[in-house]
Design a protein around this ligand. Structure first.
Ligand SMILES: [Zn+2]
Length: 242
């Protein structure tokens, strides 16, 4: 059986010295049993921790209902993230979101590649907007991406208009009187730019050139996730209180 690549998103100690690990791959998001991996002296301890990219093999045999992860190796351990509190706070929220939302996304291949990209980006550089960019772009994979190219009410293609938050998109001049929850157009311009620009082009120097609407973008996304998905990140709520 060949090795597959995966990101360890979540782990939980299990029984005496084992762990259950939740791994995102290009094919699925599944939990595996790693026997003995909670013991630091054990051979598989090194590739059993959260926020680690590994190559691994599994056995088809189930134990206590879990497939068993039989062998593996570390591909990337994101040490620059694990040793930086700002990066880590951001990544904790990202991992929590992946854990809660991955199985609502059918296109695991794109999700896996997107998660690898954002985690590498945060590991290699840093910008406070990266968490919001992750949340914003994930909306596309969740099937509720904001619509900027046409009026969400009548379907007319538009270049400029007002953004109606509760309808998830732009509204043309003719439909504006029917909507209520408008959002600041300057902030929407920045959100549109971040949503439509590929992640590789959103380097810290580029992000430093755009107006600083970090708080507004965060509020936009809080509202968006709650309205369309009924979702609040538990990790984010905890971190906000700290
Ligand atoms: Zn319209």
């Amino acid at each position: 059986m060949s090795l597959i690549e995966g990101l360890i998103i979540k782990t939980q100690n299990y029984q005496e010295n084992s762990k259950i690990v939740w791994i995102l791959t290009a094919f699925d998001y599944t939990s595996y049993l790693m026997r003995g991996s909670a013991n630091p002296k054990s051979h598989n301890y090194a590739y059993s921790n959260e926020l680690t990219k590994i190559r691994f093999q599994t056995s088809d045999r189930l134990q206590k209902g879990f497939p068993i992860l039989t062998s593996g190796e570390v591909v990337q351990n994101f040490s620059a993230t694990k040793t930086n509190i700002d990066k880590m706070r951001m990544v904790i929220v990202i991992l929590d979101m992946i854990n809660q939302l991955a199985n609502h996304i059918d296109d695991k291949q794109t999700l896996f590649s997107f998660c690898n990209q954002i985690l590498d980006l945060i590991n290699n550089s840093f910008h406070p907007l990266y968490l919001q960019i992750f949340r914003l772009k994930l909306l596309y994979l969740l099937g509720v991406g904001p619509i900027f190219s046409k009026c969400v009410n009548c379907g007319t293609s538009i270049k400029q208009g007002t953004f109606d938050l509760n309808n998830g998109g732009m509204v043309c001049v003719h439909c504006q009187n029917q909507t209520l929850t408008f959002f600041d157009p300057d902030v929407i311009e920045v959100i549109k730019f971040l949503y439509l620009t590929k992640l590789v082009f959103l380097s810290p120097p580029v992000l430093n050139q755009i107006p600083n609407y970090l708080l507004e973008i965060s509020q936009f996304l809080d509202h968006y996730y709650e309205h369309f998905l009924g979702f609040n990140s538990r990790a984010e709520a905890i971190l906000k209180k700290l």
